[in-house]
Design a protein around this ligand. Sequence first.
Ligand SMILES: [Zn+2]
Length: 231
Amino acid sequence: MVTRLVRAGAVLLFFFFAGQVLGPGSQAQAKRIAAPPQPLRFCFAPLGSYDSELLALARQGAEYLYGAHTELLPASKLPRAAYYKPRKRYRAELLLAHLESLLPSDRCDIIVGITSVDISTTKGSVKDWGILGLGSIAGTTGVVSSFRMIRKVDRATQKRRMISTVNHEIGHVLGAPHGGAPGCLMNDAQGSVKTIDTESGLLCEDSRKLIEAHIGRALPRIETFDWSRFL
Ligand SMILES: [Zn+2]
C-alpha cells in the first residue's frame, strides 16, 4: 500500500512537472521567443522620369542583400521646390524631405526614391555637387539617380552600379556611415562612379555589425555576391 501511494505520488509529480514543461501556456511562450523577427520593409518610390528595369533590379538587389520585403509605390512628380535652376538639377536633401512625406510608415520602415534626373548636394566647399545617391544616416529616406551611372558603359555595368548604389544608400539609412576597406559596399566612392565598379557588392564586417545593431536583427549571411542573378 505504501509503495502504491509513493508510486501514485511519483506519477502525480511527473504530470505536474510535465504540465509545467509542456502545458499550452509554455508552448505559446516558447513559440513567441523562437519566432523570427519581421523582415525589413523597404518602399521604392519612382520620382519623375526613371528606368523601370533598373528600378526592378534595385528592388531585387535590396531584397537579396538585406533579406527585405519591398513594395513599389505609385510614380510621382519631382517636387518643384527641389529644383536647382542654376545647374538644372534637383537637390537631393530636398528630395529626401519630400520622400519623408511619401513614406507609408504603417507598411514600410524606409523609403528609397529612384529617378533618372541629375541630383546634387553640397559637398565641403562645393555648393552644388552632382551625386549618384544620398541616404539619411539612421534615418528613413534615401534617393538614387541613374543619371551619372549610365554614361559610356555597357548595360551590365549600369545594372551593377544601380544595385550597389541603392544598397549603399540603404546601408546609410540603416545606420552605417562610410567605412571599410576599398571594395566594401560602404566604402566612400570619393566622387568617382568607377569606384563602384570594383566593389564586391557586400557589406564588410564593420558596417554589417553597425546595421545589425541599429535594426536589432541579423542580416543574411552572403559569402559572395551572386551577380549572375541580376546581370
Ligand atoms: Zn555614401
